[in-house]
Design a protein around this ligand. Structure first.
Ligand code: ATP
Length: 366
């Protein structure tokens, strides 16, 4: 557990970057610091590993005052990841990852074997080991940055906008993989972002800061969306809070209806017969995985890939109310497709059935 106790940082020149911040970062969880530009997120993060010294207040890690530790010793237990990876440009990927283990005196063979294993864990192909950072994509550089921070297996990780330098698609992949990795590793993580959606997706708890580095609200993402502490937090969270909150509401009891399907490649006549007059028919592949909807009346010969309307999203059975509602709203038939964990069709749900569940579930809130 990391404890920030009345921590303040006033820079020379008089800017109060962080003001009297008290915050508990629980062990094994992701705490996200989020807030507008200049609200002291980076300053707070760097005070934890003493790259910046607080003006007043105290930071403890597992009850030990960090001011009593030698900074080098403190940092050996703390991985640090920054935007773009912050890699050494003249060292190969492998040498970047093994930097800290070698500094710690590990023998080369052990450092190399840990680095190779970590590359696989963060999704880097082994043949990238010999490349230099400028020979990698932004997403790959970021992965190397994460692997390097994890190399000495530190219990604490500080991450400063680690996924901000990549495009939205890669960013989402990195976020998903990061969550998967954290489920295995259970590090104590402080994660800085200015992106509230990223904060809500990644945080076990989210600390919203105001300019001046004061804590506006500390809450789990669902609670933040449901009950912002004040106008500042509500504005910062932005629109669609109710809808986004459904992303945290499980949908176990949805009324699922059986859905007639045609297999890709079926004849137009079969499709029309199966549809029994309905204007849209769901198409699955040989493994019963949904591939899209067709209008049976518009088919000429057999159902081919070009006949498919692919606009509908697919929700996992037992997933969230948000995913189920989105599946219903995005399907041209208005019947939302549900699949099992293997991607096979389970049935469909209507938006009205999702709404019944939403109204039944008051979220336990007063
Ligand atoms: N070395 C410094 N000297 C003086 N002022 C500084 C210094 N570093 C940061 N500041 C100021 O402290 C405040 C907080 O900066 P900090 O970088 O911690 O904010 P941030 O929330 O991480 O911002 P951003 O999201 O824009 O990166 C800002 O007003 C900034 O200008």
């Amino acid at each position: 557990m990391i404890n920030l106790l009345s921590v303040t940082k006033v820079y020379p020149g008089g800017t109060t970057a962080v003001g009297d911040l008290t915050l508990v970062v629980p062990t094994g969880q992701i705490t996200v610091l989020v807030g507008p530009s200049g609200c002291g997120k980076t300053t707070t993060l760097r005070m934890i590993n003493r790259m910046i010294e607080p003006t007043s207040g105290r930071i403890e890690i597992d009850g030990v005052n960090t001011a009593d530790l030698e900074p080098g010793e403190l940092r050996r237990g703390i991985g640090y990841v920054i935007q773009g990876g912050g890699l050494f440009p003249h060292r190969t990927v492998l040498d970047n990852i093994t930097t800290v283990p070698l500094l710690l005196g590990w023998d080369r063979r052990r450092a190399k074997s840990v680095a190779t294993e970590l590359m696989e864990r963060v999704g880097l192909a082994p043949d990238l080991a010999k490349r230099y950072p400028n020979e990698l994509s932004g997403g790959q550089q970021q992965r190397v940055g994460v692997a390097r921070a994890l190399a000495a297996d530190p219990p604490v990780m500080l991450m400063d906008e680690p996924f901000s330098a990549v495009d939205p698609v890669v960013r989402e992949q990195l976020q998903d993989e990061f969550l998967r990795l954290q489920a295995e590793l259970g590090k104590t993580i402080v994660f800085v972002t200015h992106d509230i959606d990223e904060a809500i997706k990644l945080g076990d708890q989210v600390a919203v800061l105001r300019v001046g580095g004061a804590l506006a609200q500390l809450a789990a993402p669902a609670d933040l969306l449901a009950d912002p502490a004040d106008d500042f937090v509500a504005d910062f969270l932005g629109r669609d809070r109710g809808y986004r909150g459904l992303g945290f509401a499980a949908a176990p009891d949805l009324q699922v209806s059986p859905e007639p399907v045609a297999v890709l490649g079926s004849s137009a006549d079969d499709a029309r017969r199966l549809a029994a007059g309905a204007s849209w028919l769901l198409v699955v592949d040989d493994a019963q995985a949904p591939v899209g909807w067709v209008r049976p009346s518009a088919l000429t010969t057999v159902i081919g890939p070009n006949d498919l309307h692919r606009g509908g999203t697919v929700a996992r059975q037992g997933g969230t109310l948000r995913a189920a509602l989105d599946a219903a709203l995005s399907a041209p038939s208005r019947r939302g497709v549900l699949v099992d964990d293997d991607g096979r069709l389970v049935g469909t749900v209507r938006a009205a059935d999702v709404l019944v569940e939403i109204e039944r579930d008051d979220g336990g809130r007063p």
